[in-house]
Design a protein around this ligand. Structure first.
Ligand code: FMN
Length: 403
């Protein structure tokens, strides 16, 4: 009698980041999806981030006796089990009510860390209290919405840094690619302008996602918690609605120097695409740079981060850490970024997809997908450890291999 070797199952869970993306799209209302997944203007940079990875092929060597692959790496002196961190992304409570708290717990279960956003729906203190490891935090050097003409050395920025320090955060990531908000037309046309526009149709559509709607209404993790703690709910909402009250187009390198003075731990500058800027930041005491275009949410037409990476890594890679984010969706994408000089990558939308589909367990699974894909790909390439990855492992996709 023949027996089936494989068990047939009707349960087919997500197994790739793209699977999570497809499911997340249906797990949250349209306007929330627009906030998570779209970008600025024509989405040129958003798409460029993804397609840049396709221009490279991976070299492979056979019969190297590759029994185990070492993915571990170090960022800001912290050991990570794989070179993938969670990017700072605000209002994760809109993807799932557990928000950044659930995602940070997921990160540490998966052996990595989160960079917690200033604009998070959980405060620096709440996430610190709910996690065992010390994570990293991101700083938006906001205007104080109560006195928006004040200098950077206002109470607000200083207080945010002080709070993060007191809560045990290990490294500060200063985001510098947001002098003004990006022109996110796709969000506006779907009701996610500032402030959001609710219509009966949009409310009805949200109600048709009962699981999401229940968490949203019960826990109401929809505000910028750090800011609310500082200035109160009314001023925080006012700041979010009239964003010119929060953003700071006048920010300069003098402000960066001031922030360096305020924070004695490792400091990363996030949102750099130009090697001269990266060099200047490192000369001024930055310990690392995040090559980022904010996931295509700011300047549409900015280059893909993978294209900006080699020049920056060449200029500062011997004296500072170089991280990259934007469009990383596969273990092989991480490998390509590491070959081009990154120490590690950060991912933003992928863990939002995980949260939207299955809460913190989904976010943890997303990180573990990257781990499994990297391990398999490096075994197939014949590379034993991430420290061994370099440009010699890359080829041009679609071109004959040089003789
Ligand atoms: C929903 C969402 C919110 C974000 N909020 C922030 C933020 O508060 N601070 C910040 O520095 N970057 C923020 N970013 C940008 C991310 O840190 C990161 O640069 C980007 O998501 C990387 O691209 P990826 O989503 O393709 O991985 C946000 C991104 C998304 C998708």
């Amino acid at each position: 009698m023949t027996t089936f070797k494989y068990k047939l199952s009707s349960r087919t869970g997500p197994i790739t980041i793209e699977d999570y993306r497809r499911r997340a799209r249906h797990a949250v209302p349209d306007m929330i999806w627009a906030f998570i997944d779209y970008g600025a203007e024509d989405l040129t940079t958003l798409q460029a981030n993804r397609s840049a990875f396709g221009r490279y092929a991976l070299r492979s060597r056979v019969l190297v006796g590759n029994e185990d692959v070492d993915l571990s790496t170090q960022v800001a002196g912290e050991r990570l089990s794989l070179p993938v961190l969670m990017s700072p992304a605000g209002l994760a409570g809109l993807a799932h009510w557990t928000g950044e708290r659930g995602a940070a717990q997921a990160a540490e279960r998966a052996g990595t860390l989160m960079v917690l956003s200033t604009a998070a729906s959980y405060s620096y203190e709440e996430v610190a209290a709910a996690t065992e490891k010390d994570h990293f935090f991101q700083l938006y050097p906001y205007h104080d919405p109560v006195s928006p003409t004040g200098s950077l050395q206002n109470g607000l920025t200083q207080s945010l840094i002080r709070r993060a320090k007191k809560s045990g955060y290990k490294a500060m990531f200063v985001t510098v690619d947001t002098p003004v908000p990006g022109n996110r037309e796709s969000e506006r046309t779907r009701g996610m302008g500032k402030p959001p526009v609710l219509t009966p149709k949009r409310i009805a559509e949200a109600a048709l996602k009962p699981q999401w709607a229940y968490g949203f209404v019960k826990h109401r993790r929809v505000s910028l918690r750090n800011l609310v703690d500082e200035v109160g709910m009314k001023a925080a909402i006012d700041g979010i609605s009239k964003q010119e009250k929060l953003f700071r187009p006048e920010m300069s390198w003098d402000d960066f120097a001031w922030m360096r003075d305020q924070w004695q731990g490792p400091l990363y500058i996030k949102g750099v695409l130009d090697a001269d800027d990266a060099e200047r930041a490192v000369d001024m005491g930055a310990n690392g740079v995040v090559v980022s275009n904010h996931g295509g949410r700011q300047l549409d037409g900015a280059p893909a981060t993978l294209d900006a990476l080699p020049a920056i890594a060449k200029r500062i890679g011997d004296r500072a850490e170089v991280l990259l984010d934007g469009g990383v969706r596969r273990g092989t994408d991480v490998i390509k970024a590491l070959c081009l000089g990154a120490t590690a990558v950060c991912v933003g939308r992928p863990y939002f997809y995980g949260l939207a589909v299955n809460g913190p367990a989904g976010a943890e699974h997303v990180i573990n997908i990257f781990r499994e894909e990297m391990r398999r790909a490096m075994t197939l390439m014949g590379v034993k450890a991430v420290k061994d990855l370099g440009p010699e492992w890359l080829l041009s996709a679609g071109a004959p291999i040089p003789a």
